[in-house]
Design a protein around this ligand. Structure first.
Ligand code: ZN
Length: 668
């Protein structure tokens, strides 16, 4: 197998380069333009994407790396022992690429499930069927059980009850007048998809309206993203009997039974008002409406795994229309992404063997230690923390667990039957395995799976993540490549990218959410009243700063929604910059590289990490629901709070980038 294990492509913008800069721009007036102007001028968003940036480019590269592994596995899986990673991954991929068989099958694989839905006659049958469909499709429908460490008793797993998902993902899309045209397009899309299941145009149009009405009511009942991020309001612990009293028209007994869950336990309900609203809908609306809805949720959750015609009809709306993307990625790339996400650990096992080296792990672990030492030193000399809070913070940082690259122990999928001729069946069996495995943890001591959250912490994800209830950071193997980390470049660049990303994750332990959790991951208040007041004064300044940024004409950044990420970005930059200063201290002044000092390169590298272009559709969605602000403001927002930034580029009062000293904020 021929795969490049080390790949840098600076000319294409994957990584730091002075070629990305616009030297004619004035750093003091428009730093983003100065650091990334040429890249912004020359980069075109590919027809298959809603945005393009370092994350996306690396994602596409990793997708290609995985694709090569999948092809290789599919060629060899026939000879591999049944249940081995090679057999399972290879046959899974082969089943997905057998498009002739998938076309022949068409909608047929869903027929038994449609019949099951049609047969629902009682509330008990409705509850069982919802549970069944969730188990096989993996989609959260109406009411979602999921087990996590108890936020207030972090060594025990507790069953959480969450709202179901919305087809459009984002509640705003149902409620905000500005999205009316999109809703109209969604209605048409629903009708088209329902027709593909063999029902008449007229009935399909009627059912589409029912689905939109029902989802709009569900959207109204949900918390906004800002409200949902409050760890106190979403912690409502109660007996199942109490939950049942809130939703008397949904039989929790049969619902729990289908999942293999006992009703004799306490659950944490994230949104009680949603539960009550769902109950009201179950009374107001005929059971037929819910059957229509379940058909759709099943279809949309499994469309990817049916015939290419059905899969593409669905993506036509969700990718092209919703993100304004003219073209779909080739099927094999889409399949690679699905398998990477849905069969995470087995694919990751193949990935790290090929693309993640012990050297990288050692180098990154070293940067982690330096950033951590810097954080500790800053906590000791912190000018605003009272003594008890400081001691607690130091203990929390010391006990923070940081894992680099991959888990010690992989999840064992060998018992799941993966067949070469059954794509949908493979997916359904995997979903069933994952959900059963998760729910079986309820009430048991926490033994955390590592690197196991699809789309967030798989070793193949382009991400690093802090988990408050475990006080743990996982830095995925796939992110340890350019533009995030490049051992061939100078320290200033690597501190300005990966160093700041690590500092960002550490700071999440001390942001507006993380600060509510202690060293063991329990939600407790370990702050003096005085320190809480000081902290909130700082974060209010950050909210104010970012709320002034105009992302699109008349559309401003939601400083409240973004406050945790902005706190983390600021912390990350401050920690990494000071760690760099410390690493350079006592050494002879390094030569300029490409004409820039280490300080300058640090700030340019940070800004280049966030250079990005988005289609307006994507940007609008980000502003309304993404906890991160748009990239341009990630690039410059933290920097204008550092005195050293103004010094490095000789930025003076009156310059556009200038920020008065009294307005600058540093929290950690
Ligand atoms: Zn973050």
């Amino acid at each position: 197998m021929e795969i490049n294990s080390h790949y840098t492509d600076r000319a294409n913008g994957l990584g730091f380069s002075v070629e990305n800069m616009d030297p004619s721009a004035d750093a003091a007036q428009d730093f983003y333009r100065f650091a990334a102007g040429r890249w912004l001028d020359q980069t075109v968003i590919p027809d298959t994407e809603g945005q393009i940036n370092g994350f996306k480019r690396l994602y596409l590269l990793v997708n290609q790396q995985i694709l090569a592994l999948l092809h290789h596995a599919a060629e060899n899986s026939v000879h591999a022992p049944k249940g081995s990673v090679e057999q399972q991954v290879g046959d899974f991929f082969a089943s997905a690429m057998d498009t002739q068989r998938l076309e022949e099958l068409g909608i047929a694989p869903l027929q038994p499930e449609f019949e099951r839905i049609e047969a629902i006659a009682t509330p008990a049958e409705l509850a069982t069927t919802v549970a069944h469909l969730m188990s096989i499709s993996g989609s959260p429908i109406l009411l979602t059980p999921y087990v996590l460490a108890d936020r207030k008793k972090s060594d025990v797993n507790t069953l959480g009850i969450y709202p179901g998902g919305l087809s459009l993902g984002n509640r705003d899309l149902y409620l905000n007048e500005a999205y009316a045209p999109l809703r109209a397009a969604f209605l048409e899309h629903l009708a088209r998809m329902l027709q593909l299941t063999g029902i008449s145009d007229a009935v399909a149009a009627q059912q589409a309206q029912t689905i939109v009405d029902l989802e709009t009511a569900l959207a109204q009942a949900k918390l906004s993203p800002v409200e949902a991020s409050n760890p106190e309001t979403t912690y409502n612990k109660m007996a199942v009997a109490e939950l049942q009293a809130m939703i008397p028209h949904f039989e929790l007994g049969t619902f729990f039974a289908r999942f293999g869950l006992s009703t004799d336990q306490e659950v944490i309900v994230s949104e009680p008002d949603y539960v009550r609203a769902l109950d009201a809908l179950l009374v107001e609306r005929p059971i037929e409406d819910f059957k229509v809805y379940l058909r759709w949720m099943l279809l949309s959750g499994t469309a990817h795994y049916l015939s290419p015609a059905i899969a593409e009809a669905n993506l036509d709306f969700f990718v092209k229309k919703l993100q304004g993307t003219p073209e779909l990625l080739p099927r094999e790339q889409r399949v690679a992404a699905q398998i990477q996400n849905g069969f995470g650990h087995p694919v990751a096992q193949l990935y790290v063997k090929e693309y993640f080296s012990p050297e990288t792990r050692a180098q990154v672990s070293d940067i982690v230690e330096q950033i951590k030492a810097q954080f500790e030193a800053r906590l000791r000399t912190n000018p605003w923390l009272d003594r008890p809070t400081r001691a607690f913070a130091l203990d929390k940082l010391r006990r923070m667990v940081i894992r680099v690259g991959q888990p010690e122990k992989w999840i064992d999928y060998s018992s799941v039957e993966i067949r070469r001729d059954d794509y949908l069946g493979n997916v359904m069996r995997l979903n069933q395995f994952d959900i059963t495995r998760n729910l079986a943890k309820a009430g048991n001591p926490v033994i955390n799976d590592e690197f196991a959250i699809p789309g967030a912490t798989l070793p193949t994800d382009i991400n690093a993540a802090y988990q408050p209830s475990a006080n743990k950071i996982e830095i995925c193997a796939a992110i340890l490549q350019p533009p995030f980390f490049d051992p061939t470049l100078d320290a200033a660049v690597n501190y300005g990218t990966l160093g700041a990303v690590i500092g960002h994750e550490m700071t999440h332990g001390f942001d507006s959410i993380g600060r509510h959790f202690d060293a063991a991951g329990n939600m407790t208040d370990w702050w003096t009243a005085n320190d809480t007041e000081e902290f909130e004064a700082f974060t209010n300044k950050l909210i104010e700063q970012y709320s002034q940024y105009e992302a699109l004409p008349g559309v401003y950044v939601n400083g409240k929604l973004n406050v945790t990420e902005n706190t983390a970005d600021l912390g990350g930059v401050v920690l990494a910059f000071n760690a760099l200063k410390e690493a350079l201290a006592g050494q002879p002044t390094p030569d300029k590289i490409d004409g820039y000092s280490p300080e300058e390169r640090f700030f340019i590298a940070w800004a280049q990490l966030w250079m990005s272009k988005e289609r307006p559709e994507v940007l609008k969605l980000m502003i309304s629901s993404d906890p991160h602000p748009p990239s341009e403001f990630r690039a410059t927002g933290p920097l204008v709070n550092l005195d050293e930034f103004f010094t490095a580029f000789n930025i003076q009062p009156g310059n556009r980038m200038w920020r008065e000293e009294a307005e600058r904020v540093q929290i950690w």
